[in-house]
Design a protein around this ligand. Sequence first.
Ligand code: AMP
Length: 526
Amino acid sequence: MIYDIGIDLGTTYSCLSIMNATGTPIVVKNNQEHDTTPSVITYDNGEFCVGETAKDQAPFAEITVEAVKRNMSEADTWRINIGGVEYGPIELSARIVRKLVDDFIEKYPDAELKSATITCPAYFGPKEREATRQAGLIAGFEEVNIIEEPTAAAISYGLKSTGKKNILVYDLGGGTFDVTIMSIDNNRFKVLSTDGDCNLGGKDWDAALIQIIKDKICEQANITMEELEADKDVIADIKSKAEGQKISLSTLKEVKGGIRIGTSTVRYTVTREEFEAATAGELQATMMKIDSALESAKLTIDDIDDFVMVGGSSRMPQVKAGLIATYPSCESKILLHDPDLAIATGAAIYQNTRDVVVETGTDGQPVGEADAKLSKFAPKIGDIEIEKVLSHTMGVKVWDESQQKYLISNIIFKNRTLPIANKGEYYVHKDGQTALGVVIFQSEFEESDENLEVAEEECEEVGSFIVDIPSDSRAGEPVQVSIEANDKADIICTCTFRDITKSHTLSAKGLLNDDQIRNARRYLVG
Ligand code: AMP
């Protein structure tokens, strides 16, 4: 049986959803009967462990990998040696996806893995999207669709609401924060703007609580921070309790705890007020992202019909209170929408609307009806139209003669609706030049005249290619560079000189090639 599978591959927790026979998305519980699975991997005694057991074992395991999604932007460079083998974020993320899939297959043994939709943060660039896709392929899927987390959340929310409205999706998860403004008109979803911070999430609130607890323990036990930090078991104990205590603070006004140091137990109490004061800066950072998303969408707060809050951390009372304090008119519009599950269920709905994978025989024709495996478990819920926006501004590095330095000349700007293409006119630098180096940079600059050329230090290099040109080239001869982002957000850069044209697709840069993906899959799935 082929199921529509949607996967929320989260920084701290992941979740798998499928469409049931009536066309309703359901979350498949893991083998410990929980909706979400910690995105934690441990390695101990030659054995990998993923999920809840890994989270429990983390303080004692030889190696623990947490929040590997935060390393997706370094998928081409970040490596960790585990048992003598080098692993990158792609292979490690594949293990998390595989854990979800194994638990799913245990419950649905008739399931055949074909394709799935995996979610990623809206601000993931081409490299991170491709890295996420590769993780899904290694985990055993033949085809992986990528959809942005807020879009998935909006789909799951939008299908429950009718009519035309503007919504703001506030997604505060475990490791990342995303704000996305969308217009929904029945089954048409249009992203108007998106912003976020890939290093802001529940983990930062955990860290603030850990710091409060450490300070209190030092005071109570009359020891210095250095002495406390030196006791690794005590620190591990504080850390392992902190997330649960943070969650308790969402319902309780104060939490009590006790940490064993030597032969005595040091007790402490943390109030919600103390916790909220310590994390006010983080909360404020999310509000500032809302302002910039509104500005990009050219809307005011009063244009927003619903504030859809997703991501486990949006359950913290300070989030709703902060939104109301900053935007008093939105009080009645704030809705907590299935915070842990909306993204996975939205991904399953999206997968349901994707094309069916048609099996072909050796002659390339679809195989006979009896075993064509075209039957989808869930009825199609009708097409969903999604208009996305570009997540980053893209430009190329150019030499500025007047300033005698390199600048980044921006060609397409973030938050413009996909597909989008634009070109820039440049020139050969020197007589007799035999090659042109096209170096592509991404950045967060909004579209404006003053952001057409920006400083290199404020941009991130994401790819490059060389175009060989004839040695009779002359300084000042025109070179055209175009950058196109298609509706899947693939970035294609094309350089044209005379009749020479060379294109380069960004997403593949530095990641795994097909053989490496096949080998990694064989190693993981068999
Ligand atoms: P997600 O990535 O959406 O699964 O969110 C996971 C994050 O939400 C983790 O940092 C959790 O600690 C946090 N979280 C889940 N439930 C709550 C809650 N009731 N109060 C505060 N944080 C929560």
